[in-house]
Design a protein around this ligand. Structure first.
Ligand code: ADP
Ligand code: ZN
Length: 598
């Protein structure tokens, strides 16, 4: 049961309890129950001072040697009562209807008041979670009326835009698209860090295609009553069908789309029902209808695999944080409406904001404008922009994301190490891109793309691969005289390759062409296969030794390459720090010009 129901039932109990208590306490306190005969005796002894006669009880007070005692007795059919009360001079006596008006009101209207109270309480609860009482199973999603966001408002993100163009073409004219025979995904999953512009991109897709944009959020589907979330999902898709062609957007899909059985609750909780409903709806509608679902998440790793199966969110677009050029473009977009001093060089601001995402930069521009207003300036100048950077960095959760100059330099050396080794060694794949913009857990990356599809890998290729992986650490050692934790992933990948060479591919001379492994489980070192007991300790030691030798040799190769290419590395690092990401061609030109200079 959820929180609301619990607190509701608690309230009901409290109110009922209080009500019963109040009606019970009213005349029970210190009242003496006496028999009718005792009552008669009391009258006869002249002690009774008050008598109130009701339909079946008589109550009142008597004087017990100076102490006033309240009494109560069950009435008998006694025609002489009044005459006796008269005869013994009871000072006050009267008759009353069975219940006082207070208890009457309570009896007749109590339940009504209680119900009204409950009703009021429920409505209040619902409103506080943003819904009116009757809109229970409905989604809040309304079509964005004047959505005039277009791709022009989304700076950078060129690759992401490219991937979404097909969706736009489809939404513009679903029938035509169908005739050409294009197969369109039902759902697109945008994943990326918060503030990288996922919502903005989705909105721009709708804007570009001039179709309605229905925006909702995963958290809206996780509600207090089981079944409400599912019914809201149904409602969202109904709205979509009625307004087709259109775009449905679900932000934070991970709120409902978490891997089932992974979270708290397990079993049949509300979230699971909602998720199932989303799956059912996605399977149910067919793309000819012209409805596209875009969902956003910053945790694609926790999503239930059912969501990413074909026919559901089968297109995934990762939205990356902007690099230097991207940041400058975003700043330009957000300073369009701000009056800037003439000749302001926005690239300086872009350079000073590594690690900022779109939302941070939008925030920065806004802060700068506010500061200018505070300083009574007509135009925003560098001073306000720089101060705004400080303010945004000082914001609560930003600090950890922003890279220091020193870190940036170390990462640049590390990535240059990978790139230059890859470039210079034979038998390696061409480098497509080198970047020091963080992507997920990696602080930088060197992207290699194979020249052609390969089904077989040669030993030489594996050895170059090892040297390239170790090139990062080698560069740290040579140029920074320091070792960082950033190489951890490289090292584990290198170890894995080397152990496969020894244990699976029979590529070690001393151990021969033998497979030292039985199942598919990942092994890193010889010790891991010792469970098999198939090999002697001696063999296992040899395996470890051989793996270590291969890794060490590859490291030496990388080191030698880097020492020989020192000047190229330095050039590359300067360029990387300046531009943050450089293409394969730019890398080529650096390596070539340096070679000519030699
Ligand atoms: P997300 O959905 O990824 O958390 P949003 O789309 O909500 O991020 O982005 C928040 C704000 O940041 C946007 O409204 C926009 O002002 C700004 N922003 C983010 N990315 C960009 C971008 N590429 N170009 C321009 N503005 C951006
Ligand atoms: Zn690395």
């Amino acid at each position: 049961m959820n929180k609301f129901m619990k607190s509701l039932s608690l309230w009901v109990l409290i109110i009922l309890g209080a009500w019963l208590l109040a009606s019970g306490l009213k005349d029970k306190s210190a009242t003496k129950n006496i028999s009718y005969s005792t009552f008669k005796d009391l009258i006869k002894s002249g002690k009774v001072t008050k008598a109130v006669v009701k339909a079946d009880v008589i109550s009142g007070e008597f004087d017990d040697n100076g102490v006033i005692v309240r009494y109560k007795a069950t009435l008998m059919n006694d025609p002489n009562l009044i005459s006796e009360l008269e005869a013994y001079n009871v000072p006050e006596y009267r008759a009353e209807t069975n219940k006082s008006w207070v208890s009457n009101v309570l009896w007749y209207f109590g339940p009504v008041v209680l119900l009204a109270f409950l009703w009021f309480f429920m409505i209040k609860q619902m409103n506080s979670s943003g819904k009116s009482a009757m809109m229970f199973g409905k989604t809040k999603a309304k079509p964005e009326v004047d959505n005039n966001v277009t791709f022009n408002d989304v700076a950078g993100c060129d690759e992401e835009k490219e991937e979404l163009k097909e969706i736009i073409a489809f939404l513009k004219d679903p029938q035509k698209f169908q005739k050409v025979g294009g197969k369109i995904p039902k759902g697109v999953l945008l994943s990326g860090a918060p503030g990288t512009g996922k919502t903005l991109l989705a909105k721009a897709v709708a804007g570009e295609a001039s179709v309605p944009f229905f925006s909702s959020s995963g958290s809206e589907f996780v509600e207090m009553f089981v079944g409400v979330g599912a019914s809201r999902v149904r409602d969202l898709f109904d709205k979509g069908r009625k307004n087709a062609p259109c775009l449905l957007f679900i932000d934070e899909i991970d709120a409902v789309g978490r891997h089932r059985f992974a979270g708290i609750g397990g079993g049949h909780d509300e979230r699971e029902q909602t998720l199932n409903q989303i799956l059912v709806e996605m399977d149910g509608f067919n793309t000819t209808e012209g409805v596209i679902l875009i969902a956003a998440t910053n945790r694609p790793d926790v999503l239930d695999p059912a969501l990413t199966r074909p026919g559901r969110f089968d297109r995934q677009v990762t939205v990356y944080p902007p690099d230097l050029k991207g940041r400058e473009e975003i700043i330009k977009v957000h300073t369009k409406k701000i009056k800037l001093e003439d000749d302001l060089d926005l690239s300086i601001i872009a350079r000073r904001t590594p690690g900022f995402v779109g939302a941070d930069l939008a925030n920065l521009c806004n802060e700068a404008a506010l500061l200018a207003a505070r300083y009574d300036k007509k135009r925003v100048s560098m001073v306000e922009l720089e101060e705004a950077i400080e303010r945004v960095i000082a914001g609560p959760e930003k600090k950890s994301r922003i890279m220091s100059e020193k870190e940036k330099k170390m990462i640049a050396y590390h990535e240059s190490g990978h790139a230059v080794v890859a470039k210079i060694l034979d038998h390696s794949d061409p480098v497509h891109k080198v970047s020091i913009v963080p992507r997920g857990p990696a602080l930088g990356y060197t992207l290699q793309l194979p020249r052609e599809d390969k089904y077989l890998t040669t030993k030489k290729h594996l050895l170059s691969q090892l040297a390239i992986l170790l090139g990062g650490r080698a560069a740290e050692e040579i140029f920074c005289q320091e070792e960082t934790t950033g190489a951890q992933n490289d090292l584990s990948r290198a170890t894995s390759i080397a152990s496969k060479m020894v244990c699976e591919f029979g590529m070690s001379e001393s151990l021969g062409k033998i497979t030292y492994r039985k199942d598919d489980s990942e092994i890193f070192l010889g010790r891991d296969i010792s469970k098999d007991r198939q090999f002697s300790n001696e063999t296992l030691d040899k395996i470890d030794e051989e793996i270590r030798r291969i890794v060490d040799e590859a490291f030496q190769v990388a080191k030698k390459v880097l020492i020989d290419a020192k000047s190229k590395i330095e050039k590359l690092v300067v360029l990387l720090i300046e531009k943050e990401s450089i293409s394969g061609e730019e890398l080529d030109s650096i390596i070539q010009t340096s070679q000519e200079n030699k």
